[in-house]
Design a binder for this molecule. Structure first.
Ligand code: DQA
Length: 161
């Protein structure tokens, strides 16, 4: 099983940008923690960050046939990008939207997500721990999908016998 973690614009600046909102942790440190958790749970994980909307769309499309689930922090594109929303809908993989800050406690324009309706769920406001919670949720979703597939295969086998 493989999880793709996609990070949007300015998240490469974590640790430097608006520390009062996003805290002192760098993106690489967050990824290190996620890598450890993935290893403990026997899942593959890959990370991608871009400041460009089209590159994020390309990466989501590449997930088809390559990843089983997507954890995405679309950052500012959360609030503007129909292209990212459509790409997630197109690949039809389970996706979880993540935010470090509580976007509902901030400016009005951050309260609207174009991406959330095509995701399994959204996790926001727990600082870098939001990513850990997203990993836990994604493992649960992937295990449920696997259990469902196993059951279907078993039923097909019984019908053929
Ligand atoms: C963010 C919230 C967005 O509104 C903002 O544009 C970001 C980061 C977060 O993780 O809290 O860049 O996605």
């Amino acid at each position: 099983m493989k999880i793709m973690v996609i990070q949007g614009p300015n998240l490469n600046m974590l640790g430097l940008r608006e520390q009062n909102i996003y805290g002192p942790m760098k993106l690489e440190q967050i990824h290190e923690q996620m890598r450890g958790f993935a290893q403990q749970n026997g899942v593959e994980i890959e990370f991608f960050q871009s400041n460009l909307e089209g590159e994020l769309v390309d990466k989501i499309q590449e997930c088809l046939g390559d990843a089983d689930g997507i954890i995405i922090n679309p950052a500012a594109y959360t609030h503007t990008s129909i292209a990212i929303r459509d790409a997630i809908a197109a690949v039809s993989l389970p996706a979880i939207e993540v935010h470090i800050s509580n976007v509902y406690a901030r400016e009005e324009f951050r309260k609207k997500s174009l991406v959330a309706p095509v995701c399994a769920g959204q996790i926001a406001g727990f600082g870098p721990f939001s990513y850990h919670l997203a990993m836990v949720a994604m493992l649960q979703i992937l295990n449920e999908i696997k259990a469902m597939k196993d059951m279907q295969q078993q039923q097909q086998g019984q019908q053929q016998a």
